[in-house]
Design a protein around this ligand. Structure first.
Ligand code: 6GU
Length: 239
């Protein structure tokens, strides 16, 4: 998979891409992630990427020209490579709320472009003419789309076939089947008087599986009853 991230703060985005699962996937060539600095696509002496909003009001708006030049350059390169762009995604608090189902869908794509807004956002003409999907990562306001872009990339990359080993498999994740995860323990068996549940040390795999299912149901009922309602309705409505 190819992912291009377009941003006014490239260093903010690059750092986290060099750790853990994403780093390993990049090193193995399972994902090719490029970060583009919007300032590199300016043509003026001051390399200006933002300007005051028409009609007044506070904050600055990202200018359309550098964003168009950058995304059109990505589109042109993709066309030459014969690798179509699946979506141009704008990260914005007024977008569709990102979830596991969207992550699953996007993980099947060949090429995604992620545009991180900042300040008051991007000129509306970018959204009208270039953007094909708008995503939010939840109902709270962040200073820019850079951290959301990283959240979306992380959620997607770990779902690319072969990125996670069997042991880490995404199939056992919370949310992948609509339930939260069971508690996990490692050694020592007793730590400061707190013991690991006996069943996990019993070696009885059937009992362990049953215990984990029960714990997942209990935790989900307690913390996220909304998820249980969704799971039940998807079982009856065949979604
Ligand atoms: Cl995608 N951007 C910003 N600025 N804030 C957010 C968000 C995105 N998702 C939730 N809050």
């Amino acid at each position: 998979m190819r992912i291009d991230i377009v941003t006014a703060f490239p260093d903010l985005v690059r750092g986290p891409l060099e750790y853990s699962i994403i780093r390993r996937a990049r090193e193995r060539g399972q994902v090719d992630i490029r970060v583009h600095d919007l300032r590199d696509y300016t043509t003026d002496r001051h390399r200006q990427i933002d300007d005051y909003p028409y009609g007044g009001g506070g904050g600055m708006v990202l200018k359309p020209e550098p964003i168009f030049r950058c995304i059109e350059a990505i589109q042109e390169e993709a066309r030459r490579a014969g690798r179509p762009i699946d979506e141009v995604i704008y990260l914005t608090p007024d977008g569709q709320v990102f979830n596991q189902e969207l992550a699953n869908r996007l993980s099947l794509c060949q090429h995604l472009v992620l545009l991180a807004g900042h300040y008051k956002g991007v000129d509306q003409r970018v959204r009208d003419a270039l953007v094909t999907m708008e995503l939010s990562i939840g109902d709270y306001v962040l200073s820019g789309g850079e951290l959301p872009a990283l959240v979306v990339v992380d959620a997607i990359v770990r779902l690319i076939p072969g990125v996670l080993g069997d042991a880490e498999s995404a199939l056992t994740d919370s949310f992948q089947d609509g339930l939260l995860d069971a508690p996990v323990y490692t050694r020592p068996a007793v730590f400061r008087g707190m013991a690991v549940p006996e069943v996990l040390r019993s070696g009885d795999h059937e009992r362990i599986a049953a215990w984990r299912e029960e714990q997942r149901l209990l935790k989900t009922r307690q913390r996220r009853p909304d998820l249980l309602a969704q799971t039940e309705s998807s079982m009856t409505h065949d979604e």
